[in-house]
Write a protein that binds this ligand. Structure first.
Ligand code: PMP
Length: 412
């Protein structure tokens, strides 16, 4: 922890923590605006990975030897860190997966196949990422349930009245994105959860984009499940989290089967391990867990105040500056928005704009952002998306604006 300063943090100090931010791309200083796809990693996280492999590497939960015990202790400490980070009641509610996608699939498999049947309904919204659409389509096809979709308006906000009309005693699950990765819309999740609970439905929040940008408190939200990925919150790839309320997880079917998730195996009958190990078959991503803990410690040290202020400033400034560009249209103008600006530049293809920006060292994402149904609803094929985080600066937005203006000239 000594590497993390405890004095008030400046943007210069924050940027110095991320080695990649000082590299060049195509002969220009890197401007990294693809944070919604994955965030960069601070040295503190990189060191945690290296230290683990250099000094501890051993398998967990099985060895009596020193290294195995050290690895187990640190890996389980990571679970404690996640519990603290999202204010879960118990470590039994923290299941490690490989990412948001696997967490959602776990619920579809283990909750869905037990508790959702013929004639039941699942509600999602038009804003969803494919990973919160396809698992439910597969489940519905298999069990004979129906998928209902909450519509969105032109601004990219969900229609809460339409949502209420979709709810009924047939609704078994509402699975909804907290913050949209493609437009930045922040959904009114408190109201969504409350309304779902009134009809007895459970709620899964896709927290992939929410977790890196604001404090998420699962007890205050009262969500039944929360899925998120380490790699979007300064941690490593291949590591994810499924939070679930303990009483629900207890009742669910196992997900994958093998070592770790069993209590006793005989050829006649196998009994399953207690939570959280019941859902964690096989050797886990040990380094990933330990580095995720480092990412949490890092974010806690930077602090939500710094993160939220910086991101709000970047969102406001980028929205204002980009709006001044002739022919530029911002897609997604929700009242309540996170630090994502999706845009179209005249009739130019987003890909062409992205390529020109890349030549200037500016990384943005172009395309449908894994939200094809949303793009269809908005009548477009895709957008250019600049997604900001707390280590980005106003100067980088100036570079983006200049880059977009240049693209406008070159493509016209
Ligand atoms: N949901 C949302 C809102 C996302 O932004 C993403 C990642 N783009 C995912 C789900 C899937 O996350 P992962 O690829 O880490 O499993």
């Amino acid at each position: 922890m000594s590497e993390i300063s405890t004095s008030p943090i400046t943007i210069e100090q924050v940027r110095a923590d991320f080695p990649i931010l000082s590299r060049e791309v195509n002969g220009r200083s890197l401007v990294y605006f693809d944070n919604a796809a994955t965030s960069q990693k601070p040295r503190y996280v990189l060191n945690a990975i290296e230290d683990y492999y250099k000094k501890i590497n051993a398998n967990v939960h099985r060895g009596v030897h020193h290294l195995s015990q050290r690895a187990t202790d640190e890996y389980e400490e990571a679970r404690e860190a996640v519990k603290r980070f999202i204010n879960a009641k118990s470590i039994k509610e923290i299941n490690f997966t490989k990412g948001t996608t696997e967490s959602i699939n776990l619920v579809a498999h283990s909750f869905g196949r037990k508790f959702i049947g013929k004639g039941d309904e699942i509600i999602i919204s038009t804003l969803e990422h494919h990973s919160n659409i396809v698992p439910w389509q597969i489940l519905c096809e298999e069990v004979g349930a129906t998928l209902k979709i909450i519509p969105v308006n032109e601004k990219g906000e969900i229609d809460i009245d339409a949502y209420e009309n979709l709810l009924s005693e047939k609704t078994k699950l509402v699975s909804i994105v907290y913050i949209s990765n493609s437009l930045g819309t922040i959904n009114p999740v408190n109201a969504i959860i409350e309304k779902a609970h009134e009809v007895g439905a459970k709620v899964l929040l896709d927290g992939a984009q929410a977790i890196p940008h604001q404090a998420v408190n699962v007890q205050a939200l009262d969500c039944d499940f929360l899925a998120f990925s380490s790699h979007k919150m300064c941690g490593p790839t291949g590591m994810g989290i499924l939070y679930g309320k303990e009483n629900i997880l207890e009742e669910m079917l196992p997900y994958q089967a093998g070592g770790e998730m069993i209590k006793e195996v005989t050829f006649e009958k196998t009994t399953y391990n207690a939570l959280p190990f019941k859902f964690e078959a096989g050797t886990p991503n040990i380094a990933g867990g330990i580095a995720l803990m480092a990412a949490i410690e890092y974010l806690e040290k930077v602090g939500w105040e710094f993160i939220e202020n910086q991101e709000q400033m970047l969102l406001d400034y980028a929205t204002q500056q980009l709006s001044n560009i002739e022919g530029l249209r911002i897609v997604g103008t929700a009242e309540n928005k996170a630090s994502v600006v999706s845009f179209l530049l005249g009739d130019h293809h987003p890909y062409d704009v992205g390529v020109i920006l890349d030549q200037l060292g500016i990384a943005v994402r172009t395309g449908h952002h894994c939200c094809q149904p949303l793009m269809k609803r908005l009548g477009i094929e895709g957008t250019c998306r600049a997604s900001f985080t707390f280590y980005n600066t106003k100067e980088e937005i100036d570079a983006l604006v200049k880059g977009v203006e240049r693209a406008n000239r070159m493509l016209s």
